[in-house]
Design a protein around this ligand. Sequence first.
Ligand code: HEC
Ligand code: HEC
Length: 202
Amino acid sequence: MAGAVLIAAFAAFCVCRRSTADTILDVSDRPWEACADCHGLEGVSATAHFPKLAGQKRAYIEKELRDFRSGARANDNGQMSGIADFSDRALELAADYFSRLPAPPSNGGRGKASARARAIVEAGRPGAGIVACRFCHDARADTAPWLEAQHAGYLAKELRDFKSGARTNDQIMSDIARRLSEEDIDQLAAYLEASPRIGAAP
Ligand code: HEC
Ligand code: HEC
């Protein structure tokens, strides 16, 4: 009995110590704050120039940060590769933070009506060597990112960067993007922005 009281008192002490300590943590313990100017503290950026990170898969965010650090991905006009703190700890904390934020809603816009985009996402275009996007981009895959509810302008830029060779950190995506026409890219981007993430953690 006395032991239980003692443990309870100790737990209360720890909680109190912890909240005091939280107020004096420096920014290196909250590396995501350095991301907020561009990506938003809630991970929902205001413009398509910056991708939304909220609810994105943790393993994917981490991989991209490592790729920007190593130079394997360099299609960012220096904005990502110029980040000051790329320590393993900072990038793991930032990836964890953004991946836990609630996923953004889709914009539900007119792009959703594109039968052509829907067919490519769900079934691909086998005759042209285009595998269904859904084959990889779904709730199960760790490193194939969520595309739904992302800014259309960002998705279109990435597909064009894979196609032109400006983004080279995934060979399969480069192969697929080269097989998409300009019209396919515009329709896919609008369709995906307008679609919700099925099976995303709430
Ligand atoms: C000065 C603005 C800026 C800041 C600050 C910034 N980013 Fe970015 N970030 C960008 C831009 C621009 C892109 C898109 C590059 C491109 O066009 O492919 C990007 C892309 C990314 C991506 C790739 C997302 C995807 O869907 O592929 C991740 C992950 C990311 N940023 C994480 C972070 C994190 C974590 C931080 C903070 C440590 C951060 N960014 C800080 C501008 C910024
Ligand atoms: C064989 C698996 C596979 C298929 C099929 C596939 N993708 Fe991907 N895609 C990936 C992976 C893995 C990545 C992440 C690449 C990296 O590591 O940066 C990716 C990245 C992307 C990105 C970049 C997203 C971002 O946040 O930067 C876009 C856009 C994209 N894919 C669109 C598509 C579309 C559209 C299709 C269908 C036409 C498609 N993908 C088919 C595996 C696939």
